[in-house]
Design a protein around this ligand. Sequence first.
Ligand code: CO
Length: 149
Amino acid sequence: MRFSYLLIPLAFALPNLASANTCEVDVSAGDSMSYNTKSIEIPSNCEEFTVNFTHTGKLSKEGLGHNWVLAKSSDVNALANAGSTEGIKNNFLPQDDERVIAYTPIIGGGESASTTFKTSVLDSDEYYSFFCSFPGHTFMMRGTVVVKD
Ligand code: CO
């Protein structure tokens, strides 16, 4: 497992320019339990893929925080259950759990975080999903991740 993330105050975030680099995507969520997308496509020629996640709301991360987590679809419910007792300091995720392929920390309104992962970890015969691990959010906040030629 390999991941990295950056926390950037939104005021200092770069303008959201259309980019020639399609090996990244911008995802957002606000003061409700929903992402702005239900599906993310990763071009098969990307060696790495980056998700730039922004909380566009005003609520704190303790009140209505969100994150972006990537896992096999079949692991999502178990990870959400296992993470629910981990607390916000552990981003409501089980620690050092290989089922977590990539994740951003839980963020609050006005914050952004990114995660980059190698696409070689994705098996073309497997189904993948992204979700928010904040307790109570996972049922509403999830979508599919597919590698596309
Ligand atoms: Co959430």
